[in-house]
Design a protein around this ligand. Structure first.
Ligand SMILES: *Cc1c(COP(=O)(O)O)cnc(C)c1O
Length: 435
């Protein structure tokens, strides 16, 4: 009977895949995937991770996310589920919601959106009808795809109007925001960005939204960790809806959530489920609950302050090395470096740094004359390296390596020398879940 079932041979033993031996490890059952994970593990440990949207989550968050909770269907909300057996996952989701509210001072939290894009979608579907107008930051000036990019659902379904930064200061041009708001009367105004190195003045946006009668949403995906630590003004105090990812500066599992007032709770919850998602990812909700608890600790405040200190320190080294930074510096966890000033493009810089074990991403800079696939800049963030315990002193080294590579991007001997030094250097900085 067993022999008739589809299976594979291993160590002379026939393995029945239909009832795969549950005690077998991933390494034994699926070496291809296991090996790729080991390679990625080594990459995360050996290299310098400077992608501004990435971080290293804690071992506790990863443990929660990698549990048997992935087996459970839990459509609905705590106490009101469409499946049996939800008494324990109810505890988890209720606690995650409570912790999110406590952390950010919100009245209501929905922790079911699978990621940041879904968090944004849930607000749009709650407050807009197809064809409605919203006002958000231009992708080319630091906004996000879900803020109305033409190929994204947000650009396809709605009439997206975009504000940008001033050509002179590279900071949000509030006169332009107000002018567009008065002219287009958007139903929704969105603040928040993916590549903006300065603190965003949420109260100023709220004032403009109030003047034109618009609903106000803040997408704090990038800087949620700084808000949690009290190092960035809290959008919950002035916005109708606040959306976020949990995996960037907040350092949780890869996911999203939405905060709002009690009055909006019912409509928002109905949009997330059954409006746009089926079963929530309960294992990831557990990871978010752990992340919210961690972000409320005094240590997290110290961590978040160090992210900012590190960004300032790195920015200084790069500027001293002849690289121009958009807006001339940074207030938060990231900077946008214009590498055309040293004769490169963003693509060449990204690839050269990658070969040397330094991971960044190419990025448009404000008023970029080049195209998105080969823009003028690179985006650099310090959240991940700060998690590894690096401080200002280490940023000096990191900055010097970046400058060394960018001065000789095609020189293989330089690349080799730098990658060797970096692999040696990173041995001393642990990564949660790896060592
Ligand atoms: C990262 C980001 C998102 C989307 O997050 P995903 O989890 O990748 O879907 C949304 N908004 C902003 C501003 C972001 O930076």
């Amino acid at each position: 009977m067993e022999d008739d079932l589809p299976g594979i041979e291993r160590n002379g033993k026939k393995i029945n895949m239909a009832s795969c031996d549950q005690t077998d490890s991933l390494q034994q059952n699926d070496p291809l995937i296991w090996n790729a994970i080991q390679d990625e593990r080594t990459r995360q440990k050996q290299g310098l991770e400077l992608i501004a949207s990435e971080n290293y989550t804690s071992a506790a968050v990863m443990e929660a996310a990698g549990t048997i909770l992935t087996n459970k269907y839990a459509e609905g909300y705590p106490g009101r589920r469409y499946y049996g057996g939800c008494e324990f996952v109810d505890v988890i989701e209720a606690e995650a919601r409570k912790r999110a509210c406590d952390l950010f001072g919100a009245e209501h939290a929905n922790v079911q959106p699978h990621a940041g894009s879904q968090a944004n979608m849930s607000v749009y579907l709650t407050v807009l009808k197809p064809g409605d107008t919203f006002l958000a930051m231009d992708l080319a000036h630091g906004g996000h795809l879900t803020h109305g990019m033409h190929l994204n659902f947000s650009g396809q379904l709605y009439n997206a109007i975009h504000y940008g930064v001033s050509e002179k200061t590279h900071q949000i041009d509030f006169d332009h925001v107000a002018k567009l708001a008065r002219e287009h009367k958007p139903k929704l105004i969105i603040a928040g960005a993916s590549a903006y190195p300065r603190e965003i003045d949420h109260p100023k946006f709220a004032e403009i939204a109030k003047e034109v009668g618009a609903i106000f949403m803040v997408d704090m995906a990038h800087y949620a960790g700084l808000v949690a630590a009290g190092l960035h003004n809290n959008p919950v105090e002035v916005a109708d809806y606040v959306t976020s990812t949990s995996h960037k500066t907040l350092r949780g599992p890869r996911s999203g959530f939405v905060l709002t007032k009690k009055d909006n709770a019912k409509a928002l919850d109905r949009t997330v489920f059954p409006g746009m998602q089926g079963g929530p990812l309960v294992h990831i909700i557990a990871g978010k609950a752990v992340c919210f608890k961690e972000a409320a600790l005094p240590e997290f405040k110290v961590y978040a302050q160090q992210i900012i200190n590190n960004a300032k320190a790195l920015a200084e080294v790069l500027m001293n090395g002849g690289i121009q930074l958009a807006s001339g510096g940074t207030d938060n966890h990231l900077m946008l470096a214009d590498v055309t000033a040293i004769g490169l493009t963003g693509k060449i810089a990204e690839e050269a740094l990658d070969r040397a074990g330094i991971t960044v991403n190419k990025n448009m800079i404000p008023y970029d004359q080049r195209k998105p696939l080969d823009p003028s800049g690179i985006r650099i963030g310090t959240a991940a390296l700060t998690t590894r315990g690096m401080k200002e002193e280490e940023m000096k080294k990191v900055g010097d390596w970046i400058l060394t590579v960018l001065k000789s991007p095609e020189d293989a001997s330089v690349t080799e020398k730098v990658i060797g030094e970096i692999h040696e250097f990173t041995k001393d900085y642990s990564v949660p879940g790896i060592d």
